[in-house]
Design a protein around this ligand. Sequence first.
Ligand SMILES: Cc1cc2nc3c(=O)[nH]c(=O)nc-3n(C[C@H](O)[C@H](O)[C@H](O)COP(=O)(O)OP(=O)(O)OC[C@H]3O[C@@H](n4cnc5c(N)ncnc54)[C@H](O)[C@@H]3O)c2cc1C
Length: 331
Amino acid sequence: MTDASTGGVLIVAEIAATGEMRPSSLELVTAGRQLAEATGGALTALVLGAAPEEAGRALQAAGVDRVLLVGDDRLGSPSAEATATAAVAAIRAVDPVVVLLTGTTAGRDAAPKVAARLAAPLAADCVGLRFDNGSLVATRAVMGGRAQTEVRLQGQPQMVTVRSGSFARPEADVGKGTIEPFPVEFGPADFAVVVEETTSKGGGATRLDTSEVVVSGGRGLKEPANFGLVEELAAALGGAVGATRAVVDAGWRPHHEQIGQTGRTVAPKLYVAVGISGAVQHNVGMQGSTSIVAINRDPDAPIFKVAQFGIVGDLFEILPALTAEIAATRG
Ligand SMILES: Cc1cc2nc3c(=O)[nH]c(=O)nc-3n(C[C@H](O)[C@H](O)[C@H](O)COP(=O)(O)OP(=O)(O)OC[C@H]3O[C@@H](n4cnc5c(N)ncnc54)[C@H](O)[C@@H]3O)c2cc1C
């Protein structure tokens, strides 16, 4: 383990309303680990909550060298101001070269507040990171994913928010790092805004973020009722259901299932694209998947350019056979 007292990389982790660590925070561990090695420093994580201990243990198990816990009853509801105050205190204590925050609503809310208070450079919504010649080079997708731009940050700390799904989640580690309380003095302004209620449109969005398998359907399914074929394959694989914007706009599927530039970014181990042409705006939301399987009757469909495995044929014949075979194999 590297010296965990100062320098290196600090990640600001985020706890979901359910009390669990958000998957996007674990993705920060992967990104942070690589950068910490490049900077020659340690990987430190800051986690806030009414009871952040379990999340702290998850970060430790994921391979963080030093976990700083900020526990306060008032942190039971998310506060961007309080997150920023704690992050500034941690940055002053740890003096990291790089600070990573999630690209979620909460991360995007807190990051500019931290950057403004420290006059630090911030690159938002990054999909790739590397440390080069003493500074961070962040890759950002632009023009709807048609192009990527690299920005070099200078000064210290160098801050980024990371788009969800851009890095894989780490395997659980043996967890040799330390966990320690990190007292922070909050002021009334840190809790001037109180989130009274959070409503969810269902568990689908969370499932998409955490599932190792995602089966997505597109306009090739012809009508909403045929999405049952996608749901059955997803169920056989123990995965979640996604969709293209075309079918979301048509009202076949809810918006929280939309994958792509104007939807969610996912990076499961297996992504199955069914009746999806493979427009760049869709691909940008799933091209970080470990394996992509495409089922399309058009051999020239662009989806086959990003897929490792392609099945050319009629999905109405292929899907029932595939689902039956998988269900039989998995018992
Ligand atoms: C600013 C902007 C943002 C956008 N954001 C997003 C986004 O976030 N996510 C997104 O998905 N899109 C997005 N789009 C839309 C995107 O450009 C495409 O229009 C959309 O992804 C196409 O959806 P699709 O693949 O379902 O439909 P289509 O392009 O119509 O493709 C349907 C496919 O199904 C195949 N097919 C048909 N019948 C069968 C069959 N029987 N068996 C097998 N295959 C069959 C066809 O060969 C075809 O390839 C965006 C567009 C813009 C301009």
